[in-house]
Design a protein around this ligand. Structure first.
Ligand code: BES
Ligand code: MN
Ligand code: ZN
Length: 501
């Protein structure tokens, strides 16, 4: 599926691989560890070469030099990677890890001297560098049978060893990072999978595989959903040959298994044609990623269970396929949601909110969580507003919003808070039912959020509109994949910082 990069951690003095990466600061400045490692003569030669190439040590800049006689190191190549950042900024070691990977010659084993101009890198930061490399190395090549080896857009290095001052501590830190890595990888894999493979039932099976990590799994089929009255969700799937599913995942890691949980809910539209309000052909293939919210929830549960998070967490995903068909839902239809509220369907392409309405309501009634956070590739409007840099954050609770914003800044999975209010809410009042599923073009991301808010029953709640950040992602230092896995690191951090121990 995805070729994982091997990253090990060893002591500062060990020599592994034939390429040595040295981190340099402003104006090519080397730290004491690098000087010791390369010898005075070697360090001087590097400084001279760096100067000749006017290598200033800017963050992410790279320079590869043959390690000629005079170097004390056994490596055949020395690769310089700059780590200079603007004054007052904090070094982002996750990004630096990804940048380093990009500078490594293909197929060679490399060691990275985890020490900068100001001395050795702290154990947590070493682990962040390792995670950054692994995330950057991810490729989804499961269906590429021809492109292999040098042709492939493959990760650069063979294996990487980080040489760290406190290797044992860094290795311990890396263990929790590996749990997060596996969660992000799972989310990316799910988003990248084609829609003929990843049907709602197949998606449910993949979520059910979390059972081996100690996650309790509960799958609702259509019969069970009918019994609960989830007619908003079922209406979306009724034009598809594929049966809809809801999967509930429970991780009970808190000291008190009975303590109220926190809950994460994901939109899992495995393919969104728009239904009868069908989408234009151009770019419709991207709608295989309309389950990225659900993918992030499954990835998050995988991460939390793998690192045995000390928290009670519910993950719930609504899985449907939105298809046009003789039996498909029509504009004008009125459905009764599980909450009892009736919904007039204005546009069958505003389907995600219908799916979430029933899953949010169900989770609130059944688990009464401390809060609910839902993730959804909900609107094109959020992309018009925020582009692909920030996900939209909507919340009825300032503390929850603040915690989310903080986790966003810390992980680089950035959020931007958007407004909610009664003026927006009344736009979705319906002439024929309690609420309508589209408020039209103006403020489209906001009226979508207002719709969801009508189904949270007063529970502290936040909605993350990830349409711009979860798929078709621009290449970054730590992500070269179409599906970014957005949300897994963010919410893992939210739980770790606020709801454990
Ligand atoms: N899945 C789409 C939103 C989307 C668009 C996600 C582009 C990712 C990329 C969603 O179901 C949708 O179609 N929303 C409509 C709502 C409208 C009909 C009220 C939209 O945004 O146009
Ligand atoms: Mn749609
Ligand atoms: Zn959709």
């Amino acid at each position: 599926m995805s070729s994982a990069l091997k990253v090990a951690i060893a002591g500062l003095d060990e020599a592994i691989g034939d390429v040595l990466v040295v981190l340099v600061g402003k104006d090519g400045k080397l730290g004491p560890e690098a000087t010791k490692r390369l010898g005075k003569a070697g360090a001087a030669r590097i400084a001279a070469a760096a100067e000749a190439e006017t290598f200033a040590g800017k963050s992410g800049a790279g320079l590869s030099l043959p390690a000629e006689a005079g170097f004390r190191d056994k490596s055949t190549h020395v690769v310089l990677v700059g780590m200079e950042i603007a004054e007052g900024q904090k070094q982002d070691f996750l990004k630096l890890g990804g940048q380093i990977l990009g500078k490594l010659p293909k197929g060679r084993n490399a060691s990275v001297l985890a020490a900068g101009p100001d001395g050795a890198v702290a154990p947590e930061a070493v682990a962040d560098m390792a995670l950054g490399m692994k995330l950057a190395a991810y490729r989804f090549d499961r269906y590429q049978t021809q492109k292999k080896g040098d042709d492939a857009d493959a990760p650069a290095a063979g294996a990487v060893t980080l040489l760290a001052e406190n290797a044992a501590a860094a290795r311990r830190e890396l263990k929790t990072r590996d749990a997060v890595y596996s969660g992000v990888t799972l989310a990316r894999d799910l988003v990248n999978e084609p829609p003929n493979v990843l049907t709602p039932t197949e998606f449910a099976n993949r979520a059910a595989a979390l059972e081996k990590l100690g996650v309790e799994i509960d799958i609702l089929d259509e019969k069970a959903m009918k019994k609960l009255g989830m007619r908003a969700l079922l209406g979306v799937g009724q034009g598809s040959e594929q049966e809809s599913r809801v999967v509930i995942m429970k991780w009970l890691g808190a000291k008190d298994e009975k303590a109220p949980p926190v809950a994460f809910i994901g939109k899992g539209v495995v393919f969104d044609t728009g239904g009868i309000s069908i989408k234009p052909a151009q770019g419709m293939e991207d709608m295989k990623g309309d389950m990225a919210g659900a993918a992030a929830v499954v990835g998050l549960m995988h991460a939390l269970a793998s690192r045995k998070a000390k928290a009670n967490v519910i993950g719930a995903i609504g899985l449907v396929e939105n298809m046009p068909d003789g039996n498909a839902q029509r504009p004008g239809d009125i459905v009764t949601s599980m909450s009892g509220q009736t919904i007039e369907i204005i546009n069958t392409d505003a389907e995600g909110r219908l799916v979430l309405a029933d899953v949010l309501w169900h989770v609130k009634q059944k688990y009464n969580p401390k809060f609910m956070v839902n993730l959804a590739t909900l609107t094109g409007a959020i992309m018009a507003a925020l582009g692909q840099e920030h996900a939209g954050l909507f919340s009825n609770n300032d503390d929850l919003a603040a915690n989310l914003l903080k986790a966003g800044t810390a992980t680089g999975e950035k959020l931007w808070r958007m407004p909610l209010g009664p003026e927006y809410d009344k736009i979705i009042d319906s002439k024929f039912a309690d609420v309508k599923n589209s408020g039209g073009r103006y403020g489209g991301a906001i009226t979508a959020a207002q719709f969801l808010q009508r189904f949270v029953d007063g529970c502290p709640w936040a909605h993350l509109d990830i349409a711009g950040t979860a798929m078709s992602s621009p290449s970054t230092d730590i992500n070269k994949s179409w599906g970014s896995g957005f949300g897994v690191r963010l919410l893992d951090r939210l739980v770790a910082e606020n709801y454990e121990g």
